[in-house]
Design a protein around this ligand. Structure first.
Ligand SMILES: C[S@@+](CC[C@H](N)C(=O)[O-])C[C@H]1O[C@@H](n2cnc3c(N)ncnc32)[C@H](O)[C@@H]1O
Length: 291
């Protein structure tokens, strides 16, 4: 891979995302593989790890996927039509500054037809809604209330341009995590999984993803995919909550035969989004690695 190239603004996430990994990168950094050919991120969200790796390796080949079609449409527009997007976001920024509340709820309730308008709406709502959450009601309508921001940065042209430049060669698709197997990653490739965390009781983090969205059976299926890739010697990392359920899944010698058990590393993280300030503090998480 080539050496780091200069950027006007370092590429980093252009969205706020529940469970985003930006603050954990320093702790993850010693465990990233030095060499790999293609990087896969099947739970993309805000893409903190992708953008970090892209800073280190500007020629990074990546396959970036997520189940959320509005999120993926936004990434595709940032990659392919960044100047048009910036221009629509400038309009949103101006209108929001005139009457933030009224404008927020008018954008939230409006259906935009084109991909580029939907992408701009997605970024606008992400920057102005409560805690950058993404939540839909049963009819699929975004229903997060407005957040309390004095001067939200709705349009960040240089950040969007640097994101666009590192996304230029990425394959970006809507798909479920198990479809990563369709690409048959090899031992030269690196896959990082950051699923919705297994909930750890009443005091667990409030995230945008509920237990219903990502059930225990999905955690087991994910472990089986991780084990299948480990048997092929693919380089792997996975984040999840620090609890017995996850520990047992990834220490199960029957699931990881032939000495391919992963390492379970302990990471210390801030609780992040929690409506109750008393419940914000340090918690332990697992970083599970097979390299
Ligand atoms: C914890 S977030 C990822 C955060 C990301 N690493 C970051 O730094 O911002 C989990 C992501 O998984 C996605 N997701 C949930 N269920 C999924 C599934 N079955 N297949 C693929 N993606 C899924 C969600 O849309 C969400 O973006």
């Amino acid at each position: 891979m080539s050496a780091a190239a200069p950027f006007q603004v370092m590429p980093r996430p252009f969205l706020k995302w529940a469970g985003g990994k930006s603050k954990l990168i320093e702790q993850y950094q010693p465990y990233f593989p030095q060499q790999f050919t293609t990087y896969y991120e099947p739970f993309l969200g805000g893409g903190a790890i992708f953008f970090y790796l892209a800073q280190q390796h500007p020629a990074l080949q990546a396959v970036l996927t997520d189940i959320n079609p509005e999120l993926i449409n936004t990434y595709c527009c940032v990659r392919d039509r960044v100047e048009e997007l910036i221009s629509i976001l400038e309009d949103h920024q101006l209108e929001h500054s005139k009457n933030d509340r009224e404008y927020y709820y008018s954008v939230r309730s409006r259906f935009y037809q084109t991909d580029i308008e939907r992408a701009a709406r997605f970024i606008y709502l992400n920057k102005t809604c409560y805690n950058g959450l993404y939540r839909e009601n049963s009819k699929g309508a975004f229903n997060v209330p407005i957040g309390r921001y004095k001067n939200p940065q709705i349009c960040q042209p240089d950040l969007l341009r640097s994101a666009s430049s590192v996304l230029a060669k990425a394959e970006i698709k809507v798909r479920k995590f198990d479809a990563v197997l369709d690409d048959s990653p090899s031992s030269e490739d690196f896959v990082y999984f950051d699923p919705p965390y297994y909930p750890i009781g009443a005091t667990s983090n409030f995230t945008a993803y509920s237990r219903e969205n990502f059930k225990e059976s999905e955690q087991v299926k994910l472990r089986d995919i991780f084990a299948q890739l480990a048997r092929r010697r693919v380089k792997l990392m996975l984040s999840n909550s620090h609890c017995d359920f996850i520990e047992k899944l990834y220490s199960d010698e029957l699931a990881f035969p032939g000495g391919c058990l992963p390492k379970l590393l302990e990471i210390s993280a801030n609780r992040g989004i929690n409506s109750n300030a008393c419940k914000r503090g340090k918690i332990r998480e697992f970083l599970i690695s097979y390299l």
